[in-house]
Design a binder for this molecule. Structure first.
Ligand SMILES: Nc1ncnc2c1ncn2[C@@H]1O[C@H](COP(=O)(O)OP(=O)(O)OP(=O)(O)O)[C@@H](O)[C@H]1O
Ligand SMILES: [Mg+2]
Length: 508
């Protein structure tokens, strides 16, 4: 007897439909094989399925059992085929009507005692269900919240093999799982920018970065509040749209990082990988490719604290995501892409001891040490950072100041207005933010007056700013003008933008 169960397999965040075909015959010696390029995990599932079937009271057929996972040319990994294979065996044995199986897509791992365990990437599979021509999904209970994010599908969440069998035999009613999301409930989750005393210029720079999608580098002595400021960037970004939330959640779903009660990621992610992280941790990879930190920061913020401490090869791999908004992880059998669009915020001390330029503590580093320290930050990376800013130590009178400064919510309002202007401007251009402007966009949208040209020329000559700083200054000036609601870029917008090139000036 032949039975077919529909299931799915993920490559990166992309699900592919898989037919699990089970053929059982009486002839010949009993055996149980799984074909269709299975890896060790799929082979191991044979043993789990045998034990699970026995432990829920079905006798495992002593016959010739052949399971084919089609299409055969797609390499499959993971344990999510346990449940569909077990159901296929029971159907081929006549316990479950074959017609009934046509309505469902089934995924889940089995434990030896027949319980159903969570698997990775359910949200990605659920989001593609309709494209597979289906509406019904049978999945592990722990994955229910993420699957329920997708509208107009029926999610049947189950915790035991016996329960699924009864359900498919119409002996048990299971109601489709439903939950609702309220985006605004959690918008106060972030730490507020009003906690940061003084540092008005740094807060202003954060606002500009948030408004125009610019990457930003803070340079300052220990304890000046660089990390504190960085952590407050997600809170001044606009709330995620439903589409953004789904995109980001898919990545967490594939990484297996969603908690079982949390269906949708409602906050913009903030990722702060340690400087000892490997390039694989940052960019993604592994036998079964998992997303790295850059993808986990998708639609949010990636914070690299103590930038010069990161290994150079690790920083080099950031070039692709910063340029393209995604990363490519090459495996022997497939190339997997993960989205990775984020605002990069980096922080560093001005020198190894941290006190170069500090008004209170003397710097103990030699010029060579300082040079060596700064040269550790790779040039191609700095090249992709629009805003560099020195963050000096806060003085005592600022720290003790009790007057409350502006809240994240107030700043966020301005950021949202500036982003609306950019969306309008870049309609049909394929970009959304000033930070992503190419030369043609600069020509079209960033006309400068005579005075601005003079200022820029002066800055390049007197401050020794490089040619590459030129377009960055104009992009940042465009955002400053947008925050003000000004269509024209004025000379004082340029003047402010010129100030955000500290790193190059420090390197003089
Ligand atoms: N501007 C500020 N307003 C209020 N508190 C501050 C400010 N700056 C620093 N602090 C206090 O100092 C602590 C350390 O700040 P933070 O970790 O942000 O410094 P940092 O610049 O990142 O230092 P490091 O270079 O050592 O990483 C904060 O947790 C906060 O309590
Ligand atoms: Mg810090």
């Amino acid at each position: 007897m032949l039975a077919k169960v529909l299931s799915a397999h993920l490559v990166g965040i992309e699900p592919y439909a898989i037919d699990v075909e089970v053929d059982i015959t009486q002839k010949g010696l009993p055996h149980f094989s799984i074909v269709g390029l299975p890896d060790t995990a799929v082979k191991e599932s044979r043993d789990r399925i045998k034990a699970a079937l026995k432990n829920v009271g079905f006798s495992f057929p002593i016959k010739q059992i052949t399971v084919n996972l089609a299409p055969a040319d797609l390499k499959k990994e993971g344990s999510s085929f346990d449940l569909p294979i077990a159901i296929g065996i029971l159907s081929a044995e006549g316990y479950i009507p074959k017609d009934k199986l046509k309505e469902f897509l089934i995924v889940g791992e089995l434990s030896l005692e027949g319980k159903i365990r969570a698997v990775r990437g359910i949200l990605c599979i659920a989001s593609k269900l309709k494209d597979f021509g289906l509406r019904r999904l049978i999945i592990p209970q722990e994955n229910a919240y993420e699957a329920a994010v997708i509208p107009n599908i029926e999610v049947y969440s189950v915790s035991e093999l016996s329960e699924v069998v009864k359900f498919l035999r119409d002996e048990k009613v299971i109601k489709p799982f439903k939950t609702s999301f309220n985006f605004y409930d959690e918008s106060n989750f972030y730490e507020d920018i009003s906690d940061v005393k003084g540092q008005f210029q740094a807060k202003r720079a954060l606002e500009i970065a948030a408004a125009g999608g610019h990457n930003i580098l803070f340079i300052g002595p220990p304890g000046s509040g660089k990390s504190m400021l960085a952590r407050r960037l997600p809170g001044i970004l606009p709330p995620m749209t439903t589409e953004e939330a789904i995109e980001t959640t898919k990545i967490y779903s594939v990484a297996g990082l969603l908690s079982d009660k949390k269906g949708l990621m409602l906050q913009r992610p903030f990722r702060a990988p340690h400087h000892s992280s490997s390039d694989v941790a940052l960019i993604g990879g592994g036998q079964i490719p998992k997303p790295g930190e850059v993808s986990l920061a998708h639609n949010g913020v990636l914070f690299l604290d103590e930038l010069p401490e990161f290994r150079r090869n690790v920083l080099e791999v950031l070039r692709q995501p910063l340029e393209d908004g995604f990363v490519t992880v090459a495996r022997s059998y497939a190339t997997v892409q993960f989205p990775a669009r984020f605002i990069l915020i980096a922080a560093m001390n001005p020198c190894p001891c941290g006190h170069h330029g500090d008004t209170l503590k003397p710097c103990t580093c030699s010029p060579t040490m300082i040079m060596r320290y700064r040269s550790k930050v790779s040039n191609p990376l700095v090249d992709r950072i629009d805003i560099h800013l020195e963050v000096p130590r806060v003085n005592y009178s600022e720290l003790k100041d009790e007057t409350t400064s502006e809240s994240s919510e107030a700043v966020r309002e301005r950021v949202i207005s500036a982003r609306k202007i950019q969306l309008q401007r870049f309609k049909g251009e394929g970009i959304f933010f000033n930070a992503h402007m190419k030369i043609k966009h600069l020509k079209k949208f960033c006309k400068l007056n005579e005075e601005s040209h003079r200022l820029l020329q002066n800055a390049m000559e007197k401050l020794g700013l490089s040619a590459r700083a030129h377009s960055k200054i104009i992009k940042v000036a465009r955002t400053i003008a947008d925050l003000e609601g000004s269509q024209e870029i004025k000379s004082y917008h340029i003047a402010e933008a010129i100030q955000y090139r500290s790193f190059e000036r420090l390197n003089l």
